[in-house]
Design a protein around this ligand. Structure first.
Ligand SMILES: Nc1nc2c(ncn2[C@@H]2O[C@H](COP(=O)(O)OP(=O)(O)OP(=O)(O)O)[C@@H](O)[C@H]2O)c(=O)[nH]1
Ligand SMILES: [Mg+2]
Length: 293
């Protein structure tokens, strides 16, 4: 049974709302990658709601549970952020960050596809200059999508790649730069230092008038590990949001609640497959409903 199924069964099976009930719910949330502190807080809030409203039927409490889950999430409208900002000076830049294997490169392609079909003129920047094959991987997506890819040689400076992509956009080649970055380098600190540099270069190049977004890509199947990744990247480059990939793999996804409550990072997209259109904007209440079964 998947995780949502377990929660559903939990509320359906339990016959009375007791201390036991709340303890067991807390354990279940922790199993769902929720995090101990947020789980405890949510359970306490639910318990006091139950007391105040004199709810004794678990089935009736489920509605309240879903509402509390939703309230614990942050609003994010990535499309609106990109499209409803006529005053922002083009190009907008999206920098995708994350450790290796989470799906940054396919996500960059999905975003290029999504925004191209919504009238943007994206340029992909191959700023993973570390891993052999990374540049080519992005170029193949660019060809399939008919989207320009700005790339340098392997081993080059990633900040310079993004800089050039912004230049290409400024000289009329596009209005949205989507930059793929490396997920692994010789050491973790080298990776962080390089990201900080790229971040600084983009910031200086764009100035305040343009939209600059940093999204962390996270693999939903890595569970709580995703939170430690988020902490590291958030510290390095003040993230604007997270994209959860591989949500099609039966992952529990509770990490999204920790991202919101512990780091104040909204989830902006869920990816649920390998196709270009397997990306959907994150919807708080739909996600909470899914999570709760
Ligand atoms: N099922 C599924 N697979 C995905 C999804 N997103 C990405 N993948 C797969 O995840 C795998 C990892 O992708 P990579 O391109 O290695 O990820 P990356 O973050 O760019 O990794 P590095 O380039 O090594 O830093 C690929 O096989 C993708 O097809 C998704 O939403 N669902
Ligand atoms: Mg990659």
């Amino acid at each position: 049974m998947n995780f949502a199924g377990k929660i559903k069964e939990f509320f359906g099976r339990r016959h009375s709302v007791s201390d036991d009930f709340f303890d067991a719910l807390g354990d279940l949330l922790i199993e769902g990658d929720f995090g101990a502190a947020p789980a405890m807080m949510l359970v306490e809030n639910l318990e006091s709601l139950a007391r105040k409203e004199r709810i004794t039927e678990p089935a009736l409490l489920k509605q309240r549970f879903e509402e509390l889950l939703t309230e614990g999430l942050l609003d994010a409208s990535p499309d609106k952020q990109l499209e409803a900002l006529p005053e922002a000076k083009p190009p907008a830049v999206i920098l995708l960050l994350g450790v290796n294997g989470v799906g940054k490169t396919p996500t960059a392609a999905k975003l290029a596809c999504r925004y191209k079909s919504r009238g943007k003129r994206p340029i992909l920047a191959a700023a993973d200059t570390f891993r052999a094959g990374a540049i080519n991987q992005l170029k193949i997506h660019g060809e399939k999508l008919n989207v320009r890819v700005v790339a340098h040689q392997q081993g080059g400076d990633p900040a310079a790649v993004v800089y050039d992509a912004v230049e290409a956009a400024l000289s009329g080649g596009g209005d949205l730069v989507i930059a793929d970055t490396a997920g692994r380098m010789h050491t973790k600190s080298a990776l962080v230092e390089e990201l900080k540099k790229t971040d600084r270069v983009v910031e200086n190049k764009l100035g305040r008038a343009s939209l600059y977004i940093k999204w962390l890509v996270l693999d939903a199947t890595t569970g709580r590990n995703a939170l430690s990744q988020a902490e590291v990247f958030h510290q390095a480059a003040a993230l604007d949001g997270a994209i959860l990939t591989k949500y099609d793999s039966g992952a529990k996804g509770g990490i999204v609640f920790s991202l919101a409550s512990e780091l104040k990072i909204p989830t902006v997209f869920l990816c649920n497959g390998e196709g270009y259109d397997h990306i959907m904007p994150f919807e708080k209440s739909a996600f909470a409903k899914d999570f709760a079964g």
